[in-house]
Design a protein around this ligand. Structure first.
Ligand code: HEC
Length: 206
């Protein structure tokens, strides 16, 4: 990792972790560490402020428009999420999401995907011996192979002997910047739609 990559990595961590890392810095690096910590604290505050600003708009969301948008090319949600058997399964199935999450949590998951990552969807960087780095979810592993599912849904079967290192990634594979693809009103529509989804998950039929 070069210095810029290192800073970007540290900035993606939660405040307590950064503070822990910085405590272990040698004395001469403390000032740089403290500057990073300040920035993480500021980023965190900016996120909270942005969420507080959007919350009041959620009441105006239209679930019908939200549904259309969810399955539209523009939002790409359905290229990764399944709702009632429609859509792909790169990310979690959202058929019952309205029963499990408050609107604020949905908003945070959509505009700041890496703030909290759903368990089992933690992504990994896989460094190959030829120097390439692939990022994705590890969906299967045995003594010889590792199956890595990338953002597009594509699954690569990698040979363990071609793998140099597997490093956990603190960044969600859910894309950043969805906030820029969707208008505030559209964001409210999608969340209104997700809040209507309260279907207990049935066991899959054979
Ligand atoms: C490239 C794939 C991808 C796309 C596109 C995508 N997501 Fe996600 N999404 C994920 C993954 C993977 C997770 C689980 C990891 C995480 O929590 O960030 C997730 C998590 C979520 C969660 C949190 C679920 C929970 O149980 O808390 C919500 C809500 C969500 N996505 C909604 C959306 C919406 C709405 C869109 C479209 C605007 C969208 N996603 C587009 C991959 C994607």
């Amino acid at each position: 990792m070069d210095a810029a990559e290192q800073s970007r990595f540290v900035l993606s961590l939660p405040v307590p972790e950064v503070s822990d890392i910085i405590k272990r810095f040698p004395a001469e690096l403390r000032p740089r560490g403290n500057a990073l910590l300040d920035q993480v604290v500021k980023n965190e505050a900016a996120k909270l402020a942005r969420i507080d600003q959007l919350i009041p708009l959620l009441d105006q969301g239209n679930p019908h428009k939200g549904k259309e948008l969810f399955f539209a090319e523009k939002s790409k949600c359905a290229t990764c999420h399944q709702i009632n058997s429609e859509g792909k399964q790169v990310g979690p199935n959202l058929s019952n999401i309205g029963a499990n999450r408050a609107p604020r949590d949905l908003l945070e998951s959509i505009i700041f995907p890496s703030s909290t990552i759903v368990r089992d969807y933690e992504s990994f960087n896989v460094v190959l011996t030829d120097g390439r780095v692939l990022t994705g979810l590890i969906i299967r592993e045995d003594s010889d192979n590792l199956d890595l599912q990338q953002q597009t849904g594509k699954i690569d079967r990698l040979l363990k002997e071609d793998i140099e290192e597997v490093v956990p990634n603190t960044v969600s594979i859910m894309p950043n910047g969805l906030e820029k693809t969707l208008t505030e009103a559209e964001l409210a529509d999608v969340i209104a739609y997700l809040m209507t989804l309260k279907k207990p998950q049935l066991a899959q039929k054979p």
